[in-house]
Design a protein around this ligand. Structure first.
Ligand code: FE
Ligand code: FE
Ligand code: ZN
Length: 179
């Protein structure tokens, strides 16, 4: 007589709805990071201060690494790296473009606007990686969890650096610029 054996835990995890959610979110941030590698150079080029430009350029290099970390995370769970359109990031990038279009070249007001757009982007990424790291841990994907945490820390640093730049120079200089 055949007895039904309980599925192994690994099988359970891989077939779970939570696992599906995790992979879906991974595809979403993968799309977002790939698009950021195209959007950040434009933001850097539009910046007025060298300080902001180099901060964005540094984060571009980090962002390229975020893309490859995500590819490693997909590989670590035997999933193909596939990007799925992130509507939120598409919107945040569009808002950044609009701010550049609506502000005067060479002004600190433009920099204040770029910082605002960039921080909204970082906050979206921080929320995404925080969730992803937690899901990876719950699902037992330790390697993926470590990769996601490494990126999470870099997103947090990028956000703090933008705050420092805003508080340091841009906001003071922008306050005296005419409309
Ligand atoms: Fe990133
Ligand atoms: Fe998204
Ligand atoms: Zn970022």
């Amino acid at each position: 007589m055949e007895t039904k054996t309980k599925k192994t835990q690994t099988t359970d995890v891989q077939e779970s709805a939570l696992n599906e959610l995790f992979i879906d979110e991974l595809k979403d941030i993968y799309w977002a990071e790939k698009h950021l590698t195209k959007a950040l150079p434009k933001m850097a080029k539009a910046a007025t201060s060298d300080e902001l430009r180099s901060a964005i350029e540094n984060h571009l290099a980090e962002t390229e690494n975020h893309v490859s970390r995500l590819e490693d995370a997909f590989a670590s769970i035997d999933e193909k790296a596939v990007a799925k359109k992130c509507e939120a990031m598409a919107g945040l990038i569009k808002e950044g473009d609009e701010i550049v279009a609506e502000t005067e070249k060479g002004t600190f007001t433009r920099d204040a606007g770029i910082i605002s757009a960039a921080q909204k982007i970082e906050h979206y990424e921080i929320a995404s990686y925080g969730t992803l790291k937690t899901l990876a841990t719950v699902l037992g994907y330790n390697e993926a969890a470590e990769l996601l945490d490494a990126t999470l820390q870099e997103e947090k640093n990028a956000d703090s650096l933008l705050t420092q730049i805003a508080e340091g120079s841009v906001n003071q200089s922008g306050a005296s610029e005419k409309k």
